[in-house]
Ligand binder design. Structure first.
Ligand code: ASP
Length: 307
């Protein structure tokens, strides 16, 4: 292996033990689940898949799973991906009728030669591979969409309508890493739109020798800078995790002077357990779990958003 692809030089004290990071308040429930999976001797991949699956099942969550806000045609479309320590990856995008896109994403990784399946083909593959369809609608969500459709104005509200993807990144007691990401995407998007969340390198990136990162917020901004990959590559160069997230946000700001209405947040976890976060606007919370317990924190941010 080339020297440049190896771990970055360490300026800290070394491996700090198991750590799990997840985006937003719902990350706490996901982290608790993932922690339990590790304690029950599950793999770190099992942990990040089952962790975010908890949030996918929560029909009160408006940006993950089938309780999510629909697109402008009233369809709730779901995107997810997963990546393991060695960089194997799987994802699905633009699927509708399944409770757990993250389970299908894992199956794409483990049972196909591909990384990403989308739309009808992904749904057909899922059905053929034993995933049960679940056709449900959440009445409040449909009612809110119908109300929105009267004017059909696309003006997302920061930290409310354009966030809530769950990304989860983890390192276990053996120093192995994995990450997952799952979302219903931006509320009232154009039918067919896919954001950063199922795109390896954008919504999630894991390099077990260096670290992992995940993103939330306006997916278009994240895709344009290959956000999570950027954060991991900065860590490879020796940049501290929180500073790597800040530099990725700076890159977005540099290219897009007008960003009102858009939130973006990054989480970074280095292979030794050091971690950090940074967001465009205030209000980006994330869950951290280590041997010291589970806590919810708020990321440092570049700009203050006044509601
Ligand atoms: N990143 C997601 C997307 O663009 C949105 C979110 O974080 O909720 O689809």
């Amino acid at each position: 292996m080339e020297e440049g692809l190896r771990r970055p030089p360490r300026r800290n004290t070394g491996y700090q033990g198991t750590a799990i990071l997840s985006t937003w308040d719902h990350g706490l429930a996901a982290n608790q689940k993932a922690w339990g999976v590790l304690q029950a001797k599950g793999s770190v991949l099992d942990a990040v898949v089952e962790g975010v699956a908890v949030v996918e099942s929560d029909l009160t969550n408006r940006s993950v799973g089938q309780g999510g806000n629909p697109d402008r045609d009233g369809h709730v479309t779901l995107d997810a991906c997963v990546q393991d320590h060695e960089g194997h990856a799987g994802g699905v995008a633009f699927i509708e009728h399944f409770e757990h896109p993250i389970h299908i994403a894992r199956a794409v990784m483990e049972r196909t030669p591909h990384v990403l399946l989308v739309g009808e083909g992904a749904e057909r593959w899922a059905r053929e591979n034993g995933f049960k369809e679940r056709r449900i609608q959440v009445p409040e969500v449909q009612a809110a969409w119908k109300e929105w459709a009267k004017k059909a104005e696309y003006k997302p509200i920061v930290n409310r309508e354009n966030h809530d993807t769950i990304g989860q990144i983890a390192v276990d007691g053996n120093g192995r890493m994995a990450g997952s990401c799952t979302t219903s995407g931006m509320a009232y998007k154009i039918h067919g739109r896919v954001g950063d969340s199922p795109i390896i390198g954008a919504g999630l990136f894991v390099d077990g020798e260096v670290g992992a990162a995940c993103a939330t917020g306006t997916g278009e901004l994240v895709i344009r800078i290959a956000g999570s990959h950027t954060v991991v590559e900065l860590m490879r160069q020796g940049v501290e995790p929180g500073e790597a997230c800040r530099q990725a946000i700076e890159r977005i700001l540099h290219r897009n002077p007008e960003l009102s209405g858009h939130q973006v947040g990054f989480l970074a976890l280095r292979a030794d357990g050091a971690h950090g976060a940074y967001s465009l606007y205030n209000g980006f919370t994330y869950a951290v779990s280590t041997g010291e317990g589970h806590s919810l924190q708020e990321a440092l941010f570049a700009r203050k958003w006044e509601e």
